[in-house]
Design a protein around this ligand. Structure first.
Ligand code: HEM
Length: 410
C-alpha cells in the first residue's frame, strides 16, 4: 500500500446527523485522503472537479462488490457469497463491454417520451396520496409513511410491472439491501438481513413475476429484459435477476430519500417554501437545488484498475476509491455560497446522479416524480408545517429519514 497520509476519520454520530461540516473540514484539508473506515481502507476524494473526473476515468473500475466478502468474518463469507455474486452482475457494478450491453437494453424504458406517458398516472397517484392526508385537517402525520415511501414504490412497481399486492414486500427487501450496501462497513446483522431478503426477492422474481411476464408481456422493464433474454442479449437466470434487484433498490431507496430530505429542507427554510408557493414555476430548478443541497446518495466507489498518480500519491491497482458526492456538491470552487439553499440558484449542476458512463439512468424519472409531488404540494398545501423532530435512517450513503412528522392545515 502506498499511503503516506495520516488516515482521516469521517463517519460518526455527528456525521450521520449532518455530514457537511465534516466534508468542509476534509475539503479544506486537501483533495485526497486515506481512510480506514471503508472496508479494508480507501482513498477519499473531496472536491467537485476530482469527483467528476474520477467517475469518468477508465483507469477506475466499477467492479467493487468483492470488498463485501473480503471484509466479512471467515464464518460469514460463505453466507455472503450469493449476495455478492448476484450484485456483481448488476450493471451498476460492471465495466465495458457488459455495462454498455445492459445499459442499451434498459435505456429505452427511461426515454423522455416513455416517461411523458406516465405523467397522468403520476398526477393521479400524487393527488390520491395528498387527498388521504388532507382528509384530516390539523392532524399530525408522518410524511415518510404516507407519501415519500408509497409514491416511489408505486412508480417503480408500475415501471417494472410488479403486482400491487407484492409492493410492500419489494420495498421491505429493498430497504434491507440498502442498509447493507450503504454501510461503510456492514455489520454481520446487516449482512444476514440483506442476504435473507435477497433470497426472498429472488424467489418472488423467479417463481412469480418472471413466469407471469413470460406468459403475459407488458410495456414494463421486466418484459423488456425478458425479450432481451429471448434474443440472447442478456443471460437468463442470474444476470437478468441482478438487473431486477438493482432497479428495484436503486429506484425506490433514492427517490424516497430525495422526497423526505427535500421536504424537511423546505419546511425548515420557510422563506424558500414561500417562494415556491408564490412561484410554482420554480419547482423544477428547486428540485435540482434540493438534490445538490442534501444528496440522497452521498458517495460512490470505484476500484483502481491500473496504478496512477493523483495529487502526489500513487493509487495502486486493486485499491478502493470513494468519490464524496455530498462533499463535491458543497465545493465552493464549483458553487457560489455552497452552504446556502437557494431555490433561485441558476444551474445548480450537482453530481447527485453521478457522471460518466454510469450516470443515473433514472435521473429524469426521479425528477419528474419530485416535481409532480412538489408542484402539487405548493399549490394545495402551502400551510403544512413541521410537527416534531425528524428521525434519520442512519445510513451514511443513502442519506434519508425514517420519520418526518408534519401537520396539515387546521
Ligand atoms: C434521487 C434519486 C436518485 C439518485 C440521487 C440516484 C443516484 C445515482 C448515482 C449517483 C448513480 C451513479 C453511481 C455510480 O456511478 O457509481 C446512479 C446510477 C444508477 N441509478 Fe440512480 N439515482 C436516483 C434514482 C434512480 C431511479 C428512480 C432509478 C431507476 C428506476 C435509478 C437507477 C439507477 C441505475 C440502474 C444506475 C446504474 C447506471 C449504470 O450503471 O449505468 N436511479 N444513480
Amino acid at each position: 500500500m502506498s499511503v503516506l497520509l495520516e488516515p482521516v476519520r469521517l463517519i460518526d454520530a455527528d456525521f450521520l446527523h449532518d455530514p457537511y461540516p465534516g466534508y468542509r473540514a476534509l475539503r479544506e484539508a486537501g483533495p485526497l485522503h486515506w481512510s480506514e473506515e471503508f472496508f479494508d481502507g480507501a482513498w477519499v476524494l473531496t472536491r467537485h472537479a476530482d469527483v467528476e473526473a474520477a467517475l469518468r476515468d477508465p483507469r477506475l473500475s466499477a467492479q467493487r462488490t468483492g470488498g463485501w466478502v473480503m471484509e466479512a468474518a471467515e464464518g460469514e463469507r460463505a453466507q455472503l457469497r450469493p449476495l455478492q455474486r448476484l450484485f456483481a452482475r448488476a450493471m451498476l457494478f460492471l465495466d465495458p463491454p457488459d455495462h454498455q450491453r445492459l445499459r442499451q437494453i434498459m435505456q429505452p424504458a427511461f426515454r423522455p417520451d416513455r416517461l411523458a406517458a406516465l405523467q397522468s398516472e403520476l398526477d393521479l397517484m400524487v393527488a390520491q396520496l395528498i387527498d388521504a392526508v388532507e382528509d384530516a385537517p390539523g392532524a399530525e402525520f408522518d410524511f415518510m409513511e404516507r407519501i415519500a415511501r408509497p409514491l416511489p414504490a408505486r412508480v417503480i412497481a408500475r415501471l417494472m410491472g410488479l403486482e400491487p399486492e407484492r409492493e410492500a414486500d419489494c420495498m421491505a427487501w429493498s430497504e434491507d439491501l440498502a442498509a447493507f450496501i450503504g454501510a461503510a462497513r456492514p455489520t454481520p446483522e446487516q449482512a444476514r438481513t440483506a442476504q435473507s431478503s435477497l433470497i426472498e426477492m429472488a424467489a418472488y422474481f423467479e417463481q412469480e413475476l418472471l413466469p407471469r411476464r413470460r406468459r403475459e408481456p407488458g410495456d414494463d422493464i421486466v418484459s423488456r429484459l425478458l425479450e432481451a433474454e429471448r434474443q440472447g442479449q442478456i443471460g437468463a437466470g442470474a444476470e437478468l435477476l441482478a438487473q431486477c434487484a438493482m432497479l428495484l433498490f436503486a429506484g425506490y431507496e433514492t427517490t424516497r430519500n430525495l422526497l423526505g430530505n427535500g421536504m424537511l429542507t423546505l419546511m425548515r427554510q420557510r422563506d424558500q417554501w414561500q417562494i415556491l408557493c408564490e412561484q410554482p414555476e420554480r419547482v423544477p430548478s428547486a428540485v435540482r437545488e434540493l438534490l445538490r443541497y442534501d444528496s440522497p446518495v452521498q458517495w460512490t466507489g470505484r476500484r483502481v484498475a491500473a496504478d496512477f498518480e493523483l495529487h502526489g500519491q500513487t493509487l495502486r491497482r486493486g485499491e478502493l476509491l470513494i468519490a464524496l458526492i455530498g462533499s463535491a456538491n458543497r465545493d465552493p470552487a464549483r458553487h457560489e455560497q455552497p452552504e446556502r439553499f437557494d431555490v433561485r440558484r441558476a444551474n445548480p449542476g450537482a453530481l447527485s446522479f453521478g457522471s460518466g458512463p454510469h450516470i443515473c439512468i433514472g435521473a429524469a424519472l426521479t425528477q419528474i416524480e419530485a416535481q409532480t409531488l412538489l408542484g402539487a404540494l405548493v399549490r394545495r398545501c402551502p400551510d403544512w408545517t413541521l410537527a416534531g423532530s425528524p428521525r434519520r435512517n442512519g445510513n451514511p450513503v443513502y442519506r434519508g429519514l425514517e420519520v418526518l412528522p408534519l401537520r396539515t392545515q387546521g
